[in-house]
Design a protein around this ligand. Structure first.
Ligand code: ASP
Ligand code: MG
Length: 297
């Protein structure tokens, strides 16, 4: 079984979603598909939090543009039998969850800082919640999973880290009988182990979700589908002669990620390296390109 993670640009437009569909349909099932929010939407959700805190409710206009973008994607890619349901899901999360959160931020000048943080964490989770509803609806055999049910974090040094023990237990239960089909999971989002509050794995954290699932479920491979052909020998914007690195070790990949290569979120490597699971970096917009594979030797 493979875990295939698709980033923001890969789920960001009808064109890219149709590529995703073809890529996933070519796989044997079951397969686990981890998705990011539609490209740029996480930034927008957070920018709207800032606006709302300044009592600038023009953030609700941006929310309407985002609603339209998601509905347009549904019309472009979701199978007809699922369309009404997915449209309704999008409206429900926007009207009954996002809007009330933004209004609460905008109208409550005395909201304590930790409450503001809690609301913004709940808001930012909606990117993956909405994109995953669309992606599940694209497949006749789409099976929805909710990462909020099994990804657990715990506070650490002012931030938070994954709680491996609790997550392992919950992931194994959630995926105990992995029926045939396309199992769709939100990247990035999680809950605090103690309070149950919605949390996340940090910006870019969907890669890490993919790696955690691949590791805990002993996947055959993890594929990171993005918008570049793989790890490059240098930054192609400044080095036009840069080429794709066909194969690298976990240690080399870790070093490049730590040095700022934006291809993979740095915490992604360790969980898969530990289990010797190969990681492929592939381009949703150029799927026949060989990509980069990351292995032991
Ligand atoms: N949507 C989140 C972000 O933009 C997580 C991810 O895409 O990996 O950071
Ligand atoms: Mg990313």
């Amino acid at each position: 079984m493979k875990v295939m993670k698709f980033g923001g640009t890969s789920v960001g437009s009808v064109e890219s979603l149709l590529n995703l569909r073809d890529i996933v349909n070519a796989e044997s099932k079951p397969v686990i598909v981890v998705v990011s929010a539609m490209g740029g939407f996480t930034n927008q959700l957070l920018a709207m939090c800032e606006q709302a805190q300044q009592r600038d409710i023009s953030c609700l206009d941006t929310l309407e543009e985002a609603r339209k973008r998601h509905h347009d994607a549904v019309d472009g890619v979701v199978i007809p039998a699922m369309r009404d349901q997915v449209h309704a899901t999008i409206d429900r999360f926007i009207d009954e969850s996002l809007k009330p959160y933004y209004l609460a931020l905008a109208t409550n000048p005395h909201m304590p800082v930790d409450e503001i943080e809690r609301v913004c964490d709940a808001i930012v989770a909606h990117g993956e919640i909405l994109s995953s509803a669309i992606v599940t609806g694209m497949f006749e055999d789409g099976v929805p999973h909710l990462s909020l049910n099994f990804m657990r974090t715990t506070p650490d040094a002012g931030g938070r880290v994954l709680d491996w023990e609790e997550t392992e237990h919950l992931v194994k239960a959630d995926f105990a009988s992995l029926d045939e089909g396309v199992h769709v999971v939100q990247g990035f989002i999680s809950r605090d182990k103690e309070s149950g509050a919605v949390t996340n794995l940090g910006r870019g954290g969907s890669d890490y979700t993919g790696a955690i699932l691949a590791s805990l479920l002993d996947a055959d491979s993890l594929e990171i589908w993005t918008d570049v052909d793989g790890f490059m020998t240098a930054d192609p914007r400044t080095h036009p002669d840069a080429t794709v690195i066909p194969q690298m070790t976990y240690a080399q990949a870790q070093e490049m990620c730590d040095a700022g290569a934006k291809v993979i979120y740095p915490p992604t490597i360790a969980p898969v390296a530990m289990k010797h699971i190969p990681v492929w970096v592939k381009n949703t917009f150029n799927p026949s390109a060989p990509g980069t594979v990351i292995v032991d030797e």
